[in-house]
Design a protein around this ligand. Structure first.
Ligand code: NAD
Length: 339
């Protein structure tokens, strides 16, 4: 079978990871990536073997810096089956018409509104909804994290109401313009956008979210409180979470007491860029009491959406079903497989 030809528009935090993950698959290839100006990241793209493209208005910048580019973003559109748009939030809409004109498919990221595509994607919860679609959107890192545990718990016990507080990293580790902040900043407009974003995929779930920005760059942390339709024991809840796809259970008793040790574990696993694609749940932090269930989960914001982008490509290009796609993606990225 011919390889799916993939372009990556925006080779930043998410784009460079999606490019590496796509390259690691047997059924797709990266045709090119885009940068808006010559920088260390455009050198990284070349070092990793990716052809560079740039918006028309930036061609001169690359010529002046003697950095070769293969063409414009529009040229790249002419060479691919699907573009993964990893530009910053609210930039994607500027490109939608270009993708439509080129007759290619495109995946947008969580910084865009659900209304841009009308379909949002999560591998576990709704793989089929993007089947054959021209446009879809992989939900944000926090929403992906919530769906990874809420969906299986809802299927097993039923969720009457979900209350989630998100403690959010202030900036990504490589971003020196937005942080660090010395303070805790609540999002005062409630509910935060995370609950409605979960509902773009699980519209039946009654969920309320609050969020606090914290002085950290490495991960987000969620405290999750669920009112269940059917009572669960702590053991049954642990089992349901443990068996969930792309969820890793850890134990504070084993020394993983914070997001710092999770990132150390990530480095020890020696994956590309030390990424932790799984949502991490503390087993000894899961507690069920009657119809209530409480747990903590940590989200590696830079990478949890990466395997979902790969699966979304397969769904939109009608390659295989969800279980096969998740298995292939996990194998290529070194994620333990659970269906
Ligand atoms: P980023 O700023 O790290 O990278 C964006 C890239 O797009 C940069 O390389 C930038 O040069 C490029 N770019 C900017 N304007 C462009 C344009 N007009 N044309 C082409 N390229 C352009 O951003 P990011 O963190 O990778 O975020 C990308 C998307 O992924 C956003 O929608 C964001 O909300 C979402 N997302 C981010 C995270 C995260 O934690 N960083 C997690 C999940 C989802």
């Amino acid at each position: 079978m011919a390889l799916i030809k993939v372009g990556i528009n925006g080779f930043g935090t998410i784009g460079k990871r999606v490019a590496s993950a796509v390259s690691a698959q047997d059924d797709m290839e990266v045709v090119g990536v885009t940068k808006t100006r010559p920088s260390f990241e455009s050198e990284v793209a070349r070092y990793r073997g990716f052809d560079l493209y740039t918006p028309q208005k930036s061609v001169e910048l690359f010529e002046k810096a003697n950095v070769p580019v293969e063409g414009t973003v529009e040229d790249l559109c002419g060479k691919v089956d699907i573009m993964v748009d990893c530009t910053p939030g609210n930039v994607g809409p500027e490109y939608k018409a270009m993708y439509a004109k080129a007759g290619i498919k495109a995946i947008f990221q969580g910084g865009e509104d659900h209304s841009l595509t009308g379909i949002s994607f999560n591998s576990t919860a709704n793989y089929k909804e993007s089947w054959g679609a021209q446009f879809s959107r992989v939900v944000s890192c926090n929403t992906t994290g919530l769906l990874r545990t809420l969906y299986p718990i809802d299927r097993r016990f039923g969720i009457e109401k979900a209350y989630v507080t998100l403690v959010r990293r202030a900036a990504d580790p490589g971003d020196s313009k937005s942080g660090p902040i010395n303070g805790l900043e609540p999002t005062v407009k409630l509910p935060t956008h995370h609950g409605p974003d979960v509902q773009s995929i699980m519209p039946w779930v009654n969920i309320n979210t609050m969020a606090i920005k914290a002085s950290t760059t490495i991960m987000h942390m969620h405290t999750v409180t669920l009112e269940l339709k059917n009572p669960a024991s702590t053991e049954a809840a642990v089992e349901a979470i443990r068996n969930s796809s792309r969820v890793r259970m850890v134990d504070a008793a084993s020394g993983i007491k914070s997001t710092a040790e999770i990132m150390e574990l990530s480095r020890d696993l020696a994956r590309d860029r030390s990424d932790m694609y799984e949502i991490v749940v503390w087993e000894d932090g899961v507690k069920a009491a009657g119809n209530m269930l409480y747990y903590y989960q940590a989200v590696h914001q830079e990478s949890d959406v990466v395997p979902e982008n790969v699966d979304c490509i397969r769904s939109m290009c009608k390659v295989c079903d969800a279980a096969d796609s998740v298995k292939m993606t996990n194998q290529a990225l070194g994620i333990p497989y659970k269906c």
